[in-house]
Each structure stands twice: as structure tokens, then as C-alpha cells.
Design a protein around this ligand. Structure first.
Ligand SMILES: [Fe+2]
Length: 294
């Protein structure tokens, strides 16, 4: 398996200046690379270190996140003052992740749309869930209620663990090899089903054929335990203080362990890509010989 993780020495989130070393790495990301920055921590103030505790979570949501136009804090508990400070910390991560993404990917300028920002204080280990939601199985991100219609999912993560524990991932084979294995078994979308799911509000937008195939790949990959074991894969440990960037709809990944992480999602419309021929959309269209955004 070719090397998926590419290390860079950056020590700054800023657009320019000391430690702001890496620029123009769209091709690495778009061909399925994980950009890894082992010297790029998200620095907490002494006061913020009290949030490195599971008691900040309300115990219901998996993550603490900012939602809606007013960036309301969701999934947290504590005094109003604590919640305001936690919200400010998450907002600071968002703004650093945004300026970082603008520097790394100048080609996406004006195209990257801000998605969710989250703080994940809970341990990956011991989470009980259904096989479909089990992210310790290799998968590419695809969500049943949120059709992307070809829009890419770009994610920035930082491990905050205060006890030296890495975020442990497995990464898998290139998207094309994965798709070749499962696509021939996937039935075509049923005529009318996308319109029906949308009318019933099962999906937030109309599912395209692309979304159908991506969701099927997500599910069939997770359901196939032989493939989970035997597929080409590598373990990757992201030490505390490491930031990594990935197209999570392209790179096969599984979260095996770790606790305390920040995450920023961006959306990128397909037209914003530098080399669209490497995207899952183009790979699937070539494989199936038909346009998939209809
Ligand atoms: Fe995922």
C-alpha cells in the first residue's frame, strides 16, 4: 500500500510567518493523502484545560458542537460562564482551522464553505453502537439524511489528549480499489426513490445517484467483516499536538481509539477541485460509465 500519510513541519496556523511552511497541497489531498502536522497543536489556556474532562458533555450527544447561525453550543453542560468559555475555545479552533485551510489550499479560495465545528471529549473505545454507525470499521464518510450531491467533505482534526494518548486510526486502500470491490454488487437506485425520500423528509436534499453509491459503499464496507480484516490497511497514531487534514469522503478510515479531539468540517463544491478526475465522483462515473449527479 502506498504511503497515505504525508508529514509536514508546520508549527503555525497563520497565513504567513515563522512556522507557516506548507502551501499549495491540493494535489496531495485530492489524490487521497492525509496531510499530517505533528508540530501543530491547538493550544489551550490554563483556564481552558479544565474542559479536558468528560463532565463537560451533557452525556447525550457524541460531540460538543456549534450549531445554527448564532453558533449556539450544543451537547455541553455546566454553568453559563463555563459554557461561554468552552464556546469561545471552539470558535478559536474554527478560526485557526479556517486560516490554515486558506493557506494550504489557495485553489479553494472563495469555494470552501464552513461546516460543523466540534469538540470531542469522549473516548472512542467502548462506544456501543449499531454496525452502520460503528466508526471503528473502515469507511468513507456518507450520511443517509445528508446527501452531498458531489460536494466534498474536508476535515481538519487536532488531538488534544493531555495524557499522551494518540488518536488511533486505521487507513485503507485507495478509493478506486475499494470502489472496484463493491460497486459491481450495488443495485442501481430505484426510480422515484430519491424524490420519495426527500418528500418524506428522510433526506434533507434530493439524493443523487452519486449519494446512493457513496452510501452503499459506506454500508457494504462496514458490513463486510472479512473485508474489514483482510483489506490492505495501515495503523496510524496521531500523537497529542498533531493536526491532520483529510477528505473523509475519499480516504478509508476507522477511528480505533483516543480521547479529546477538535474537528472542523468544510464543504467544497466539485467545481472547486483542482483535479476533479481524482474525486470519488469521477472515479465512480468512470467505473459505471454514466453521470451520477442527475
Ligand atoms: Fe468517518
Amino acid at each position: 500500500m502506498k504511503n497515505i500519510v504525508h508529514n509536514y513541519d508546520d508549527s503555525s496556523w497563520a497565513p504567513t510567518g515563522k512556522g507557516a511552511l506548507t502551501h499549495d497541497v491540493e494535489p496531495v489531498l485530492e489524490t487521497g493523502g492525509v496531510l499530517c502536522f505533528p508540530k501543530l497543536p491547538f493550544v489551550l489556556s490554563d483556564a481552558e484545560k479544565r474542559f479536558l474532562d468528560t463532565s463537560v458533555s451533557d452525556g447525550k450527544a457524541k460531540n460538543i458542537s456549534l450549531r445554527g447561525v448564532n453558533d449556539e453550543l450544543r451537547g455541553a453542560q455546566g454553568s453559563a460562564e463555563d459554557q461561554a468559555a468552552l464556546r469561545a475555545m471552539i470558535l478559536r479552533f474554527r478560526s485557526q482551522a479556517e486560516s490554515f485551510a486558506e493557506r494550504l489550499f489557495p485553489h479553494y479560495k472563495g469555494q470552501l464553505q464552513r461546516g460543523n465545528t466540534s469538540y470531542r471529549p469522549m473516548a472512542v473505545e467502548g462506544r456501543v453502537t449499531s454496525w452502520r454507525k460503528d466508526d471503528t470499521r473502515l469507511h468513507v464518510d456518507a450520511f443517509p439524511s445528508n446527501p452531498t450531491r458531489g460536494t466534498r467533505l474536508l476535515r481538519v482534526f487536532t488531538n488534544l489528549n493531555p495524557r499522551g494518548e494518540p488518536r488511533r486510526w486505521r487507513v485503507g486502500e485507495p478509493f478506486e480499489a475499494f470502489a472496484k470491490r463493491f460497486v459491481p454488487k450495488i443495485p442501481k437506485p430505484l426510480p422515484g426513490s430519491a424524490a420519495l425520500l426527500h418528500a418524506l423528509h428522510v433526506t434533507k436534499a434530493r439524493r443523487t445517484a452519486y449519494d446512493h453509491y457513496m452510501l452503499q459503499l459506506h454500508d457494504r464496507g462496514k458490513a463486510d467483516m472479512d473485508w474489514q480484516r483482510s483489506a490492505p490497511q495501515a495503523e496510524v497514531n496521531f500523537a497529542p499536538g498533531t493536526t491532520w487534514v483529510v477528505f473523509s469522503d475519499q480516504v478509508l478510515h476507522a477511528a480505533m481509539g483516543g480521547q479529546f479531539m477538535m474537528e472542523q468540517t468544510f464543504y467544497l463544491p466539485p467545481a472547486g477541485l483542482k483535479q476533479p478526475a481524482s474525486a470519488p465522483l469521477a472515479v465512480l462515473e468512470r467505473m459505471l460509465g454514466t453521470p451520477l449527479l442527475a
